[in-house]
Design a protein around this ligand. Structure first.
Ligand code: G4P
Length: 298
């Protein structure tokens, strides 16, 4: 994927979404459960206005279950309905219609009182690229695949899908941009594969990932690469790089002169993390945002 977000495209998508949102009853946001906050569109709250919201924490097969539960609680406390899914296998997807109906129970009851029984519940599904939105929609629809070609700035026809349960789904009109406001978000999006690697060179990215893993789940690194992470690793001059060297040395990745092939190790680390070979690891927790939210609340 190589997408550029231009102000013109963003303005157009925002306008199309605001128009579409008027026609739906709820907004369903798909995020990557390993980085639930970073994988959100930064403007979705203002775009969605006061529509009821459903959060889909997708890729739970790759995320740490305890962290996923924390995020479920976090979003529920903010008033969202929350569903956890593995869209690839389909786990959790069956509960979608029921969750939407529970979220909109009052509204559906009002319709009933007015005699509008069986009125279609309309939901818009949004998500930045690569969170698994198409896979999720396909699984909800019970079909294999039918992905429309994505091109930013190109208006696609409105994509409405009707479910057997009486729900109607609208896919995002246009492509939603991710956050790109700081280095941390860029790194988290890149290590999980949501944006292309080339925002940073591969070794720098792997060093950052190594630091994140040493912080969030050191035992995963220790078990997979068979070395002990020193207790004082954070005090190293280049912590991620030194840990990458330790892993590379253990794997026997040497180049001429006995130097460690850190580039090879970097690729392997990124591939293995993305493929779930290091286990289920979440790279941000609600606590990461506690301080910021306290500041915002003051
Ligand atoms: P998008 O519409 O949001 O851009 O994402 P899309 O559905 O195309 O999914 C992007 C990739 O993520 C796909 O992998 C898809 O299979 C995978 N994926 C989606 N949901 C999940 C999930 O819950 N768990 C896991 N592990 N993977 C998920 P791909 O390699 O691009 O394609 P494929 O070879 O898997 O078909």
């Amino acid at each position: 994927m190589n997408i550029q977000w231009y102000p013109g495209h963003m303005t157009r998508t925002r306008r199309q979404m605001q128009e579409s949102i008027r026609r739906v009853d709820a907004v369903c946001e798909v995020v990557d459960a390993r980085i639930p906050q970073v994988s959100r569109n930064p403007d979705i709250d203002s775009i969605a206005g006061d529509k009821p919201r459903l959060m889909i924490l997708n890729r739970i097969d790759l995320a740490d279950p305890a962290s996923t539960q924390k995020w479920v609680n976090y979003f529920r406390a903010k008033g969202y309905a929350v569903l956890t899914t593995d869209a690839k296998s389909g786990a959790g997807v069956k509960k979608f219609s029921e969750t939407v109906r529970t979220l909109l129970a009052d509204k559906i009851e009002q319709w009933k009182q007015k005699g509008q029984v069986g009125k279609a519940v309309k939901v818009m599904v949004v998500g930045i690229p690569n969170v698994g939105k198409s896979t999720f929609i396909n699984k909800v629809l019970g079909r294999k695949s039918a992905k429309a070609a994505d091109k930013p700035g190109v208006t696609r026809g409105q994509q409405w899908f009707r479910l057997e349960s009486g729900l109607e789904l609208l896919d995002t009109p246009g492509i939603l941009w991710p956050r790109f406001d700081d280095e941390r978000t860029g790194i988290l999006l890149a290590v999980t594969g949501a944006v292309r690697d080339d925002i940073l060179d591969i070794e720098t990215l792997a060093c950052k990932l190594m630091e994140l893993l040493a912080k969030h789940k050191p035992e995963a690194i220790e078990e997979r690469y068979k070395f002990q992470i020193p207790e004082n690793w954070e005090e190293f001059d280049f912590p991620g790089y030194e840990l990458l060297m330790m892993a590379g040395r253990k794997r026997g990745f040497l180049i001429s002169g006995g130097e460690i092939d850190t580039e090879r190790m970097a690729r392997i680390l990124l591939d293995e993390y993305r493929g779930g070979k290091l286990g289920r690891i979440t790279l941000e927790t609600p606590e990461d945002y506690a301080e910021q939210e306290q500041d915002d609340g003051e």
